[in-house]
Design a protein around this ligand. Structure first.
Ligand SMILES: Nc1ncnc2c1ncn2[C@@H]1O[C@H](COP(=O)(O)OP(=O)(O)OP(=O)(O)O)[C@@H](O)[C@H]1O
Ligand SMILES: Cc1ncc(C[n+]2csc(CCO)c2C)c(N)n1
Length: 261
């Protein structure tokens, strides 16, 4: 099976085709206002995972302090805050609750706040009917190693039930490529130069690529052997193709300057 990918929520070209409707899940990790604004505007449903609401609130406060704009919080009200709520600050909880935002506590100690938010989205989709949302997870790629590995593992598992799930931070855009052939449309103003093909959670995969500085042809990649890190996108190549025999994590560096435009 061949799949085509583009990330219109991170590129400035208006012509980029929109692939679907997006659900944004904000994790408890630092992010820039520029990135938040981009992802927020591209999304139709926004959810904060527990302390993610602190980050949202604090990022908006910090930006307001710099720009002096009024009522920024009211322009960025999430649809839901959900988690075990051991990280949500009282002042943030009071602010959003009095604004009418649902704050849902789920005490389950066998699932993470990220999982709880995806479950909430799945329930929303069940009620709404229609197509699935594509998911943009803001954060989860760095910070605490157990949480980072959780993100890698959870998206690996989600490939069986969800069409497209992206993890985005100010440094990276990354997602899982299922076994098969992938065509990734590259906006070189937004991404690069570095990228990686990471065989996480599999014994090994056989890779063939084009559009990279260090391409592979029927090459075995495994955690205990060859891992293509610090690879480069080639500026003259608008598409990267990757053929993988097993699920593979793909990551591209983000160009921060592009977010300002
Ligand atoms: N340091 C971190 N590094 C990477 N991801 C994080 C980190 N901290 C939080 N997250 C992500 O943000 C979500 C919300 O985090 P929060 O701090 O509110 O709760 P937590 O108690 O640390 O996480 P959880 O309850 O889900 O284990 C987590 O589920 C996780 O996906
Ligand atoms: C084997 C095993 N390891 C760790 C946890 C702990 N844990 C996993 S998810 C979660 C919720 C965090 O909000 C917690 C506490 C568990 N339950 N089972």
């Amino acid at each position: 099976m061949s799949r085509s990918w583009s990330l219109p929520f991170l590129t400035s070209h208006q012509g980029d085709e929109k692939q679907g409707k997006y659900a944004l899940i904000i994790l408890n990790q630092p992010f820039s206002f520029a990135l938040l604004r981009r992802l927020w505007n591209a999304s139709q449903w926004r959810c904060c995972a527990d302390g993610g609401a602190n980050r949202l609130h604090d990022t908006l406060t910090a930006h307001k302090d710099i720009e002096g704009s009024q009522d920024l919080h009211k322009n960025y009200l999430p649809d839901l805050i959900k988690g075990d709520l051991d990280s949500l600050r009282d002042d943030v909880r009071v602010y959003y609750e009095t604004t009418g935002i649902p704050v849902v506590q789920d005490h389950d100690q066998d699932s993470t706040d990220l999982m709880k938010c995806v479950e909430a989205l799945t329930e929303k989709e069940r009620i709404e009917g229609g197509d699935q949302y594509d998911i943009i997870i803001l954060g989860g790629l760095s910070g605490r190693l157990d949480q980072t590995v959780h993100t890698l593992s959870y998206l690996h598992k989600l490939r069986k039930t969800r069409h497209r799930v992206f993890a985005v931070s100010d440094e990276n855009a990354a997602w899982l490529l299922d076994e098969g052939e992938h065509h990734i449309n590259i906006d070189h103003d937004a991404f690069g130069p570095t990228c990686g093909l990471l065989p996480v959670g599999i014994d090994y995969t056989i890779l063939s690529t084009s559009g990279l500085r260090w391409n592979l042809t029927d090459t075995k990649s495994h955690f205990d052997g060859m891992v293509s890190t610090s690879n480069h996108l080639v500026p003259s190549e608008p598409v990267v193709t990757i053929q993988t025999s097993k699920p593979l994590w793909w990551t591209m560096e983000l160009r921060a300057k592009n977010l300002e435009s």
